[in-house]
Ligand binder design. Structure first.
Ligand code: ADP
Length: 321
């Protein structure tokens, strides 16, 4: 018997137990009725008591019967409620486990693919460069594509390392006062160059804004959010990073004009391995680790993250420090 089927087995056992318990109570109640009926009949035909005495005794017997019935029904209801709560919890944990197992399986499939595909692409690019005599422009394009692929691989490995450090609570945080605009400009310079023909990345942050951040964590947050904005937006759209102050708090926003996120998914997408849609229908590559990392790293720096809809379309990821 595997581990996954244990909760289901408990669920079945509890259900069978409830059914048997019900049958037992019904049997007990009907037995009680029969017993009282027999006593009443005995009383009615008894010649040693007067009619008044018989009536009193029958009343007493009926009161006792009602009392006993109420006791059995009361105790039974509490018992059933407890059992139903147990069944509900077991069932819930079973389906949760099942979902996690499914997500883990998808994660393993996608991670294998995500690790292999950039390596295969770079190999192909290098082989092309080696074999053919190409024009300068073509060579440049091949090199840009290779950098893109290695960047993707690098970010993926970073995410895997960060996620495992978060899991084992080993991620060190060193807060340093940092000029945010300058820092973000440096962080996104590579992405900006790689995607310059496809997306307009606008940084609209007060140059004086300075915050206490962990530089490594903050760059991981910005890169993950920006890569998502790119991944889930059509080309020739704008992605902006903005800042403003509200009630003494600094707010950073990453705004895209992409496919948007349905309301019921907004909380779920921060879960580990969670990806919207199914593996069959999803076209964008990914592992479901990015936003899990983003949320944890923001919280480690005492910040918060929220998602809003952009108008007319797209998403806004808001970080509050
Ligand atoms: P993934 O590797 O799948 O991108 P993430 O944890 O970064 O993993 O994101 C989880 C899911 O949230 C994604 O699969 C995607 O469906 C959704 N998502 C994240 N960012 C955006 C965005 N900017 N626009 C639309 N959907 C997004």
């Amino acid at each position: 018997m595997n581990k996954k089927s244990n909760p289901l087995l408990i669920f079945y056992i509890l259900t069978i137990y409830i059914v048997l318990q019900f049958a037992w109570w019904t049997y007990m109640l009907s037995n009680l009725n029969d017993e009282v009926y027999a006593k009443k009949t005995e009383l009615v035909f008894s010649s040693q008591k007067t009619i008044l005495e018989k009536n009193d005794l029958i009343d007493e017997l009926e009161k006792k019967l009602i009392k006993k019935k109420l006791m059995i029904i009361g105790e039974g209801s509490v018992f059933i409620l407890l059992l139903l709560a147990g069944i509900y919890k077991t069932r819930k944990s079973f389906f949760k486990e099942l979902k996690l197992a499914e997500q883990q399986k998808n994660f393993l499939l996608s991670i294998t693919h995500e690790l292999k595909s950039p390596v295969a692409s770079v190999k192909l690019y290098l082989q092309t460069l080696l074999k053919r005599d190409l024009e300068k422009q073509k060579i440049e394009q091949i090199l840009i594509n290779s950098i893109k692929e290695t960047e993707r691989l690098n970010n993926l490995i970073d995410n895997l390392l960060v996620a495992s450090k978060i899991e084992s609570e080993l991620y060190p945080i060193f807060l340093e006062k940092t000029l945010i605009r300058l820092f973000i400009e440096k962080t996104v310079i590579n992405l900006k160059t790689i995607y310059q023909d496809k997306y307009e990345i606008v940084i609209n942050i007060n140059p004086e804004l300075s915050l206490d951040i962990d530089k490594q964590a903050f760059s991981s947050i910005i890169l993950n959010l920006l890569e998502n904005a790119i991944k889930y937006s059509p080309i020739n759209t704008t992605i902006s990073i903005e800042s403003h102050q509200e009630n003494g708090r600094s707010i950073l926003r990453i705004i895209d004009q992409g496919i948007g996120i349905p309301d019921h998914e907004k909380k779920l997408i921060f879960n580990r391995f969670y990806r919207i849609g199914s593996e069959e229908t999803r076209s964008a590559k990914g592992t479901g680790l990015g936003l899990f990392i983003v949320k944890h790293l923001i919280e480690k720096q005492k910040g918060e993250i929220a998602i809003y809809d952009n108008t007319p379309k797209g998403s806004i990821f808001e970080i509050i420090f």
